[in-house]
Design a protein around this ligand. Structure first.
Ligand SMILES: Nc1ncnc2c1ncn2[C@@H]1O[C@H](COP(=O)(O)OP(=O)(O)OP(=O)(O)O)[C@@H](O)[C@H]1O
Ligand SMILES: [Mg+2]
Length: 252
């Protein structure tokens, strides 16, 4: 049986009358990269936030190593969250803190590194995301793509066991997109982390994923290796990965 670090079982989530997740089942294999694809507004970010316990299910379970996140007390949940790094879709930087303090935040909270070592780690992570030397800038002095990369540096700062990336390459130029895809692959390979990536970049997704899952109408309708997804006989999957307006998925 597959060794899944996260197991999602019959997950349902509604916002008012909108039933976003409708009985979703998904396993996230330990130490591998899983990419989640699906339409805008389909519930990908909502799904990712369930994995780290930021949103609680209406029904169903999110199990981390077999333990239900929704059943955990705040203290336990905080402990568990240290195992994760997360890049939010909007980067979610602290506007009143400079880049150094933003990236140092998880290190100061959760590690006992001395200040000079913290500064070194920040510099190292900034270089990895292609932004050396921007420590003193404030978030509002950065472009959208730069903010995203600072968020990425923060997500990987603690070298967590599980990294959740919500659209890490959206809004980046093609060269930087390739660099970030490589960074995700290298981080996975070097540290053996479990990565979950939401992406609209199908080409990149096919390259970085061990496992791809497609979210459609509140459920995972197809999953498999990139090869399996490319060869899928499902018309919805084919329409989506080829980006065609014509097909069973309605364009609205
Ligand atoms: N906190 C919330 N309150 C109310 N509705 C929400 C909330 N979060 C998400 N939604 C709704 O749930 C649906 C799914 O949102 P989600 O952000 O997960 O989509 P997505 O698949 O990530 O889309 P995109 O690719 O555009 O980022 C949307 O209709 C959104 O308006
Ligand atoms: Mg989203």
């Amino acid at each position: 049986m597959a060794d899944n670090i996260i197991q999602i079982v019959d997950l349902h989530k509604s916002f008012r009358s909108q039933h976003v997740l409708r009985g979703l089942d998904l396993g996230i294999p330990r130490g591998q990269t899983t990419v989640i694809i699906g339409r805008s507004g389909g519930g990908k970010s909502v799904l990712l936030k369930h994995m780290i316990g930021l949103i609680k299910p209406d029904k169903g379970q999110v199990l981390l190593d077999g333990q239900d996140l929704a059943a955990m007390h705040d203290r336990k949940l905080n402990q568990v969250r240290r195992r994760f790094g997360m890049l939010f879709q909007n980067a979610a930087l602290f506007d009143s803190m400079n880049v150094l303090d933003n990236i140092a935040f998880p290190l100061r909270e959760h590690s006992k590194l001395p200040p000079e070592r913290v500064a070194q780690v920040v510099a190292e992570k900034l270089s990895l995301v292609g932004l050396p030397g921007v420590e003193d800038k404030m978030p509002d002095e950065l472009s959208g793509g730069m903010r995203k990369r600072v968020g990425l540096a923060r997500a990987i700062a603690l070298e967590p066991e599980i990294i959740l990336y919500d659209e890490p390459t959206t809004g980046l130029d093609p060269i930087m997109t390739d660099a970030i895809n490589r960074l995700i692959m290298n981080t996975q390979a070097k540290l053996g982390v479990t990565s979950v990536v939401i992406s609209h970049d199908i080409e990149g997704a096919l390259r970085i994923a061990h496992h791809i899952a497609m979210l459609y109408q509140g459920r995972i309708i197809a999953q498999g290796t990139p090869e399996e997804i490319k060869g899928s006989g499902d018309e919805v999957v084919q329409q989506f990965i080829h980006g065609r307006a014509e097909g069973p998925i309605e364009v609205i």
